[in-house]
Design a protein around this ligand. Structure first.
Ligand SMILES: Nc1ncnc2c1ncn2[C@@H]1O[C@H](COP(=O)(O)OP(=O)(O)OP(=O)(O)O)[C@@H](O)[C@H]1O
Ligand SMILES: [Mg+2]
Length: 335
């Protein structure tokens, strides 16, 4: 057995969203930054499925004694419920992401985030909620195959929008690349929601301009589903994975043949991009008093021209990873 006392503690950030778990951490061997993304597909109980391609299904048992299955091959439980961030489901997803990213048997200094609406209560930090998420992640998860799990030594919880701000102002070498004074709007387009937060000086939120809109990439999937049904005169249900593939590739498989739906996808994406831009405008006005309007989240990767709606609009290279990278940079700076 390895002597765990001698193991180095590795910094790892996990942006545990409702749709996807994004991980940015120190490579156990080289110390360089590694990134990983895993769809949040989880369900309580054992799955009757057996894996055809080997390794597609993972089962875990929590300290409380409940069993969870994580796999892309199962229909996920809806993760969008109040309390997701302090749930066993969330803990299993985070431990799963750590294990899949090479941290099994390694000591980890973990940092994760909460959306602005959960991190703050009125204008104050919601200490109780932050504590609840921290202690939840400290509880145990075992691989039900008896496999080695990561050793979570320390847990910190930050605010997603503030994390994205860190990623905006610091480059990968932790050098400052943007003005830290003044206000920056972070627009995080996720699966179900778009979070708008105005971060002032890196440590405060202007709550009067911040808030959450119920629009995101899942609305695009729904729009594409409807448009495909209309176009091909069919009533089939499409699983999320198939819609995601249609949106990303512009093709869909029907009657065992690939069909080009690029134009239809483009129309739906364009319509939602304009809708989200209008919501952002409603909150920020023309954004003339802000240093920048930074678009992050998986939705920003999809609405690739949305930053163009504002003269000071900015899209980072990897918007999907902004929160995770920012959380990682935060622990590196504060270390
Ligand atoms: N390049 C892309 N093209 C199309 N869709 C994308 C692209 N990148 C990400 N997505 C989709 O964007 C959605 C949102 O991704 P993101 O990682 O921001 O979600 P999340 O943080 O888990 O969600 P939430 O913010 O609601 O908690 C996902 O459904 C993902 O599949
Ligand atoms: Mg997110």
């Amino acid at each position: 057995m390895t002597d765990t006392k001698k193991l180095k503690v590795l910094n790892v950030a996990v942006d545990d969203g409702y749709a996807q778990t994004k991980l940015v951490g120190e490579d156990p061997e080289t110390g360089k930054m590694v990134i990983q993304i895993i769809r949040s597909s989880v369900r309580q109980g054992r799955s009757g499925l057996s894996s055809f391609n080997g390794g597609g299904i993972d089962q875990y048992e929590t300290e409380e004694g409940d069993v969870f299955t994580v796999s892309n091959e199962i229909e996920s439980e809806n993760t969008q419920f109040d309390g997701f961030h302090t749930s066993q489901l969330n803990r299993v997803l985070v431990h799963h992401a750590l294990r899949k990213s090479g941290y099994a048997g390694r000591k980890v200094n973990l940092v994760t985030g909460l959306p602005v609406a959960d991190y703050f209560l009125d204008d104050e930090r919601d200490i109780e909620h932050i504590e609840a998420k921290t202690s939840n992640l400290k509880l145990g998860v075992k691989g039900s195959d008896g496999g080695t799990m990561p050793i979570v030594e320390n847990v910190r919880v930050g605010c997603q929008a503030v994390a994205a701000w860190f990623d905006y102002v610091l480059d990968d070498n932790l050098e400052q690349r943007a003005d830290v004074r003044g206000a920056v709007a972070i627009v995080d387009i996720g699966g179900r929601t778009t979070d708008i937060a105005v971060v002032v000086g890196g440590n405060a939120i202007d709550h009067s301009m911040s808030g959450t809109e119920n629009i995101g990439v899942l609305d695009v999937y729904n729009g594409v589903r409807k448009a495909i049904r209309r176009e091909f005169k069919i009533k089939e249900k499409f699983p999320l994975d198939q819609l995601d593939a249609a949106v990303r590739t512009g093709e869909v498989k029907l009657w065992n043949k690939q069909h080009n739906v690029a134009e239809l996808v483009e129309a739906v994406v364009g319509e939602h991009e304009r809708k989200i831009a209008r919501e952002v405008e409603r909150r920020l006005g023309s954004a003339a008093n802000l240093n920048a309007v930074v678009f992050v989240g998986g939705g920003s990767a999809l609405f690739s021209t949305i930053a163009g709606h504002f003269p000071n609009g900015v899209m980072p290279e990897d918007p999907e990873f902004s929160n995770a990278k920012g959380l990682y940079k935060y622990i590196k700076v504060k270390a």
